[in-house]
Design a protein around this ligand. Structure first.
Ligand SMILES: [Fe+2]
Length: 232
C-alpha cells in the first residue's frame, strides 16, 4: 500500500504528514477482515458540522482515510461543505507562483488526494477532464470561475456554461466532465481552493485550443472572410 508525496515545501505539522492508509487491522485471512472488505460503508459519513479550521479538515481526512474504496461523490460534496476553513488555517500550504497557478499536495493515500491550489488574478488551468476521478473543489478564499465544456457533433469542444464560485461554495466534477478553472477577479484578489480527487488523479487529459471551437479564431482575424456582393 503506497503513500504519495505530501507537502512540497517546509515542515508540515505532525497531523498533516502523509498518512499510510490502513484499511484493515484484522489478519488478511480472518473472517473479520473479509467482513470489513465487503462493507466499506461501515465507515460513517463526516459529521454535519466539523470543527473549525485544521481540526475539522483533519477529522474529515481521518474519516476518508478509513474508506476501502474511492470516496462517493456526495461524500466529497458533503464533506467539503462541512468544512469551515480559511486561508489562515492553511497558512503553510498557501503558495503562489507568478508564472502560473501553484498546486500543493497536502495529503495523499490510495483512495484519494488533497491539494491546495493558489491562483493570482488572470491565472487559470488548462481545459481538462479528470480521467477516472471525481473532483471536488472548495473555494477557500476569493472567487473561482468554472467554465464547463461540452462535446459537439463537429468534434470540437464548446463552452457550455460558466459560473462564479464564491468562498465557502463547493463544485464537484465527474470523471469525464471537461472544464477550466480560472481566477478572473480584479488585480490583488487572489484565489485559494482546496481540491479533492478520488481516486487520485491519473489518466486525466488536458485539451488544446485546436480541439475547441476556438481553434481557428486567430487565423480568422488574420485572414477574415471575404464579403461578396450578390444583388438580388
Ligand atoms: Fe479540475
Amino acid at each position: 500500500m503506497s503513500t504519495r508525496h505530501n507537502f512540497q515545501t517546509g515542515h508540515a505539522p505532525s497531523w498533516f504528514r502523509p498518512r499510510i492508509v490502513r484499511t484493515f487491522d484484522a489478519p488478511p485471512d480472518s473472517p473479520e477482515h473479509e467482513e470489513r472488505e465487503r462493507e466499506p460503508e461501515r465507515v460513517g459519513r463526516p459529521a454535519t458540522v466539523l470543527a473549525e479550521g485544521r481540526t475539522g479538515l483533519h477529522a474529515l481526512l481521518k474519516t476518508w482515510d478509513r474508506l476501502a474504496g474511492p470516496i462517493p461523490e456526495d461524500w466529497i460534496r458533503d464533506g467539503l461543505r462541512s468544512l469551515r476553513i480559511d486561508r489562515d488555517a492553511l497558512w503553510d500550504c498557501v503558495h503562489f507562483h507568478e508564472r502560473t497557478y501553484q498546486r500543493t499536495r497536502i495529503h495523499a493515500g490510495d483512495q484519494y488526494e488533497v491539494l491546495v491550489l493558489c491562483w493570482r488574478p488572470g491565472q487559470g488551468s488548462p481545459i481538462h477532464d479528470h480521467g477516472g476521478s471525481t473532483s471536488g473543489v472548495l473555494v477557500v478564499e476569493g472567487v473561482a470561475t468554472e467554465i464547463a465544456f461540452m462535446a459537439t457533433a463537429c468534434d470540437r469542444l464548446a463552452p457550455s456554461r460558466s459560473q462564479r464560485v464564491h468562498a465557502g461554495a463547493v463544485v464537484v466534477s465527474r470523471a469525464r466532465d471537461v472544464r477550466q478553472i480560472t481566477n478572473l477577479e480584479p488585480p490583488g484578489t487572489n484565489l485559494v481552493s482546496l481540491h479533492v480527487y478520488s481516486p487520485p488523479l491519473t489518466g486525466h487529459r488536458c485539451y488544446r485550443l485546436s480541439e475547441t471551437i476556438f481553434a481557428d479564431h486567430d487565423a480568422l482575424l488574420d485572414d477574415p472572410p471575404v464579403t461578396r456582393s450578390a444583388p438580388l
